[in-house]
Design a protein around this ligand. Structure first.
Ligand code: ATP
Ligand code: MG
Length: 381
């Protein structure tokens, strides 16, 4: 069973975290989600029946082998047969038609520019849930739509820098120098070679020592916030995404203090919600003591596999607890998405027609149509 008890203990609670307008919404409907009830059981049996083994698309390394059972977000293009594009008599053809329609409404559609720079911290102390992938792809999608976007790589692994094609060898000027030595952020920011308007403050492995070095520094929790504020005073961005490491240490605390919004990617897998209440507790602590404006504004379901009941059950449970914050779009498991970083690219340029790129474009559009703090469903695109 998913860690439901943890969610019940969450300091935000499923409705405490919502905005006043949402509270009104739920009270008028009289529908506070009953989180104390038994959640749809995801039993051991379920897992066995839904996860018989490695998924064909992932294990064989090709999306063309994916089962032709298409769900929202899955691309028929990547499921193989394109022959019957004009035949809507089969589920595959219907899905293709839907996919083509989704794409045509999204590609090239103008997105609203935020009134002020939106700073989002992409965090989840659970590793490998899609933080970096989501940060760089949504940032790229927004930049391709004409926004100026900065990605701050705050993870010593430097995965965001890699995906954006930005040098992050040890020793170069990086976010480490900004946070630890007070170097101006403008001297480390570089433009990504593949997308105009997309910038990156790279991380190097030196940042691994920063957690310890920060402990003894003055104003250790607010160093990134101060550097970013100074940078924003002379350089305009529409969006800033801060990619966090998989921990709740001082680097993540710095990201929370520097941001206005928290963006949590959740992988549609067993144990997905474990640790979420700890993350939400930390956000509440930061809110109380260091950054009163911080809000969990966005939750994105990642690596959704439409062929497993488990994915659907996790998605359902997350939406039940966080109806306003969870984006309608889910990101499908996609080989193209995982291949892109090895070419120093996001999937938005590596394979813009893939299901992953389309899903990230759709997610970016939904984010752009929301304002910070306004997380009602009605605010979605
Ligand atoms: P960490 O906690 O280590 O920073 P993370 O939360 O940033 O990890 P990612 O690095 O984005 O997670 O993703 C983990 C792995 O999953 C990577 O190999 C990535 O390529 C892969 N991945 C992410 N999203 C998808 C997807 N939609 N389909 C297939 N693979 C994916
Ligand atoms: Mg990462």
């Amino acid at each position: 069973m998913i860690a439901n008890a943890e969610i019940n203990e969450s300091p935000l609670g499923p409705t405490e975290s919502v905005t006043p307008s949402q509270s009104g919404q739920s009270s008028s409907a009289g529908a506070r989600p009953d989180v104390s009830r038994e959640t749809p059981a995801i039993s051991h049996d379920d897992r066995e029946s839904t996860e018989p083994g490695p998924h064909p698309d992932v294990s064989r390394g090709t999306e063309s082998d994916a089962a032709p059972q298409l769900v929202d977000g899955e691309s028929p293009r990547e499921s193989g047969d394109l022959a019957d594009l004009d035949d809507d008599s089969t589920p595959l053809a219907t899905a293709i038609a839907l996919d083509v329609r989704r794409r045509s409404t999204l590609v090239g559609a103008p997105l609203p520019r935020p009134a002020a720079t939106r700073v989002l911290t992409v965090a989840n102390q659970k590793g490998g849930v899609g933080k970096t992938t989501s940060a760089v792809n949504i940032a790229a999608a927004l930049a391709q739509s004409g926004m100026r976007v900065l990605v701050i790589d705050l993870d010593p692994q430097g995965n965001a820098s890699t995906a954006l094609g930005v040098d992050h060898r040890s020793g170069i000027d990086s976010i480490y120098d900004v946070v630890v030595d007070g170097v101006p952020m403008s001297s480390v920011v570089v433009e990504s070679p593949s997308v105009t308007g997309l910038f990156c403050a790279p991380s190097t492995i030196d940042l691994a020592g920063a957690e310890i070095e920060l402990v003894s520094l003055v104003a250790r929790e607010g160093r990134l916030a101060k550097a970013l504020e100074a940078h924003l005073a002379d350089t305009a961005y529409d969006y800033v995404f801060i990619d966090c490491p998989p921990s709740l240490g001082l680097l993540t605390v710095n990201a929370f203090v520097a941001a206005r919004e928290v963006f949590i990617p959740i992988q549609c897998e067993y144990y997905a919600l474990e640790g979420l209440s700890q993350l939400l507790r930390n956000v509440e602590l930061i809110k109380t003591h260091l950054n009163p404006r911080l809000e969990v504004s966005t939750i994105l379901l990642t690596m959704f596999d439409g062929r497993t009941r488990l994915s659907a059950q996790v998605a359902e449970e997350v939406r039940e607890h966080f109806p306003a914050q969870t984006l309608r779009t889910t990101i499908p498991r996609s080989v193209r998405v995982s291949e892109a970083p090895s070419f120093g690219e996001t999937v938005m340029t590596y394979d813009p027609l893939s299901s992953g790129a389309l899903a990230y474009l759709e997610a970016a559009s939904q984010i752009a149509h929301r304002d910070a703090g306004s997380t009602t469903e009605g605010a979605h695109s």
